[in-house]
Design a protein around this ligand. Structure first.
Ligand SMILES: C[S@@+](CC[C@H](N)C(=O)[O-])C[C@H]1O[C@@H](n2cnc3c(N)ncnc32)[C@H](O)[C@@H]1O
Length: 217
């Protein structure tokens, strides 16, 4: 999520400099939808792109395209001949992200998979295992995404999960944003599973939204 007023993020983003034209197009589209606030911030996107680049990815999956902003950071971190499969169910978001991601779609490096991610993910398994998987879709489905991700990540591959604090709702602070009991219980249940899994090494990155980074042993 973008944090317009957090001074540390402002400082970091000044150091990084402006995002490129195509990224700004994704942000413009998200703003047009009134959803600029749910695109990943430059600070977090840069961190995720950097972490994923360390494992030299060729095949990345993203759940939740919106307008293609975070997808572009994963595209930047790809090795030659790599590709990103990004899943999105909203036709409006698919239309706008298709424009923002056009250069990579034309080169065969980005594929937008239309539909409910829970139905599309099993179809993707045949292309796996994957080097990196980013979970940023429907919060009430996080446990299902997680179960799919841990079965389809390669050894040494990385799973990133955004919004795991649910704006504080996971520790009982519901003053900032309302989430359903189902969303809260699902995210908490998934988080317990992440840290109990002996096949993974995982850590929170305590961004304001809460990011989990897990690496398959
Ligand atoms: C937080 S936004 C993703 C932001 C994006 N990753 C970024 O930072 O640029 C979540 C997206 O997931 C999509 N979404 C929600 N439920 C979904 C589902 N069941 N299947 C696929 N996409 C879904 C929403 O339409 C929305 O575009």
């Amino acid at each position: 999520m973008r944090h317009d007023k957090q001074p540390s993020y402002e400082y970091i983003e000044n150091c990084y400099g402006p995002e490129n034209e195509q990224m700004q197009l994704s942000r413009k589209f998200a703003d047009q939808l009134g959803l600029g606030g749910i695109s990943v911030s430059q600070t977090e996107a840069h961190l995720m792109g950097f972490l994923v680049s360390l494992i030299k990815p060729k095949k990345v999956v993203e759940i939740g395209t919106l307008t293609g902003l975070s997808c572009q950071y994963f595209l930047q971190s790809l090795q030659q001949d790599g590709m990103v499969y990004t899943l999105e169910k909203s036709t409006e978001h698919i239309e706008l992200s298709s424009q923002a991601l056009k250069p990579w779609i034309d080169r065969g490096q980005a594929v937008i998979m239309a539909g409910d991610a829970r139905e599309e993910l099993p179809k993707l398994s045949a292309h796996g295992p994957f080097d990196a998987i980013f979970i940023d879709g429907n919060k009430a489905a996080y446990k299902d995404y997680w179960m799919w991700a841990k079965s389809n990540i390669r050894s040494g591959g990385m799973i990133l999960i955004d919004n795991v604090f649910l704006a504080g709702a996971v520790w009982g602070d519901t003053s900032k944003q309302k989430f359903s009991d189902k969303q809260i219980n699902t995210v908490k249940d998934m988080t317990s599973d992440v840290f109990a899994d002996a096949n993974l090494t995982a850590s929170f990155v305590p961004t304001e939204e809460g990011l989990i980074v897990a690496v398959r042993k």
